[in-house]
Design a protein around this ligand. Structure first.
Ligand code: GLA
Length: 390
């Protein structure tokens, strides 16, 4: 990356940063329903080399999108522009950080490279947002509370990019900790780190290689369906989110939801939230098998009640369930393509990849990809000025 920075920006005086992607162990489509999620940051992510400029220009180059060349804009015009492509994520961060009073008075040169499969549901966009968050905080030498930065990342996604996502991705990317998952209450933003000790097991990411575009997906439709179900429930019970219901209270009041589809959506949101709390407890108790069973139940609920899996994710997960040495498997992230995860015994891994890969290829017609997910830390500066080894 060093030589590319020099070539593109004719300078070697940069600082280096890293921002991870994330997987979610359990708690899917619960964040915008006031429930809990249980994600972790992974060691795949986005790297950035950056320096401040003396003028007002922001110049960005991504090694992942070389055909877009250098994306450049001025600090005096921070409006969303279609032609700025991926550069709109950094632009949104700069804009909202300035609005929050952060002293960004000059422009910057930034080189970006990501080893996260793009658009695969591992939060490449939140990774980019938080990369620029920590980078700008360090370059312009101010301090911003990390959770405020997470909220600014979410605001960029919601108000600048116009994707109506919840807080999970930016939180996992911004607050991640090595070897830990984060149990986050999305209503209050209280959180606990839970050490993940899998003994002789690993978390495997299975990529369907079917791109999922969040903005084009049925994501917003699901959000809307949950809002409608909540509104109907509120006629009979005093709640502000579906996350406030237990299985019992849901069963007691569910007849207030008039439409069967809406009922299924709400049921998923309520039961998934409760499953997430139970799964956290199982891990605390060292009950990996119990945790895996809840992962499987989560996938079935996302398949049958929330209907966000699709044939690609179902093929991977259902094939994984048949393999020896598999503790649990489920889709992760928004769904509609993207990735699934499985917890697999180390010695069973080669066969697992071979068998699941073959079933997928045979049924879907193209290959799935498999990666080991190592749980890493949140977005951070990598080294001091000029000492980058990347
Ligand atoms: C996407 C969104 C998150 C969350 C998940 C589903 O990743 O960005 O906010 O809603 O889908 O759990």
């Amino acid at each position: 990356m060093k030589s590319v920075f020099k070539e593109k920006f004719r300078n070697e005086d940069f600082r280096s940063f890293f921002s991870p992607g994330r997987i979610n162990l359990i708690g899917e489509h619960t964040d915008y329903n006031g429930g809990h999620v249980f994600p972790c940051a992974i060691t795949l992510g986005t790297y950035g080399l950056a320096r401040k400029r003396k003028d007002q220009m922001v110049q960005l180059y991504s090694m992942n999108f070389p055909s877009e060349g250098i994306v450049s804009f001025s600090l005096n015009d921070l409006d969303y522009k279609e032609e700025d492509g991926w550069g709109n994520y950094p632009k949104g961060m700069i804009r909202y950080l300035i609005e929050a009073g952060c002293p960004i008075t000059t422009g910057m040169d930034v080189l970006v490279y990501g080893d996260l499969p793009n658009g695969a549901g591992l939060s490449s966009s939140a990774s980019l947002e938080m990369l620029f968050g920590v980078m700008i905080e360090a370059l312009y030498d101010f301090h911003i509370d990390r959770i405020e930065l997470v909220k600014i990342g979410k605001r960029v996604e919601n108000e600048f990019i116009h994707v109506n996502s919840g807080i999970m991705d930016q939180f996992a990317v911004g607050m991640g900790k090595e070897r830990c998952a984060i149990l986050l209450d999305c209503q209050t933003l209280t959180y606990h780190y839970a050490p993940i000790q899998l003994d002789n097991h690993q978390i495997i990411i299975m990529n369907t290689n079917k791109r999922r575009e969040l903005a084009d997906s049925k994501y917003n439709e699901r959000r809307h369906e949950c809002e409608q179900a909540l509104a109907q429930l509120q006629r009979v019970v005093s709640i502000t989110s579906l996350g406030e219901l237990t299985e019992e209270t849901f069963e007691k009041y569910q007849s207030a939801i008039e439409n069967d589809i809406l009922k299924k959506r709400a049921k998923h949101a309520v039961y998934e939230n409760q499953r997430t709390l139970k799964a956290y407890q199982k891990l605390q108790d060292g009950d990996l098998a119990g945790f895996g069973a809840l992962m499987n139940a989560s996938h079935r609920s996302l398949r049958d009640d929330y209907e966000v899996t699709g044939i690609e994710l179902d093929t991977l997960v259902e094939a994984a369930w048949q393999e020896e040495g598999v503790v649990g498997a489920r889709m992760t992230g928004a769904g509609f393509g993207g990735c699934a995860i499985a917890i697999v015994e180390n010695q069973a891994l080669p066969r697992f990849i071979e068998n699941v890969g073959a079933i997928y290829k045979e049924k879907i017609g193209y290959d799935a990809s498999f990666y080991t997910a190592n749980i890493g830390k949140g977005a951070c500066e990598l080294s001091e000025v000029g000492h980058s080894s990347i």
